[in-house]
Design a binder for this molecule. Sequence first.
Ligand code: CMP
Length: 257
Amino acid sequence: MGRNYRTPTVGCLKRLTIKGFQEILAAMATHNSKPQVGERTQALKAVPFFTQMNDQELDVIRSLAIEKSYPKNAVVLTEGEIGDSLYMIESGRVKVFIGDEDGREIILKLLGPGHFFGEMAMIDQQPRSASVTTQEASTLLVLTHAAFEACVERAPRIANMVLRVLAQRVREADRKIGTLALMDVYGRVASTLLELAVNKNGQLVVSEKLSQQDIANMVGASREMVNRILKDLSDRGFISVESKSITIINRELPPSL
Ligand code: CMP
């Protein structure tokens, strides 16, 4: 393991808890009667791991995890490697992806504070199923397999929480398979924008620092194609593309040209 170990503070974890609750409240306050694809996904995203924990559970994690800091673009996990640790994101953002020898990649998920990764190899002791790199400077709490088992022994509900997140991930993956199999690229871009959008003062905004190449890597298309689709959606008044964000003006994004 690396340098920069510090004992995490309960305060850090609690800040996540409060932030998570705020996200849930914001999502609930703005939820209208007919849920859209993006809003359903958003509701899942607004339930980070830590928000469900009580003080005792947070204390258990604090006492057993080690904190590690990574700069932007650091490799945290490599697909195919052996490893047994679970990583919780205290701050920052990571990209989970699979790639091939030619450097092409498919982004499976972007994860931010309150989310975790690395649980699969920790649980089944198989090689890592995907690679994970930081998209910005990130601080992670690392739990080895042994530390996780000790956590569960002292606070058994933690195992349930991990299971719940795993179930949510399978649901998301099912939806993604459906999107990839049943929609054309246009629909996949539209669906991905809705999935990534968060509610900001009543507006759905994709504010993740995403390049067009990132979106292309999420939907399995070329950057040029994504560029054309974003321009078309913008010309038709469905979205507004700014330098650091995309605002969804009309949530009924068309599924195809
Ligand atoms: P692990 O296989 O240990 O290492 C790579 C991690 O990426 C994996 O555990 C999960 O935590 C995460 N991961 C893999 N696939 C997905 C996915 N479809 N959605 C979200 N996270 C994933």
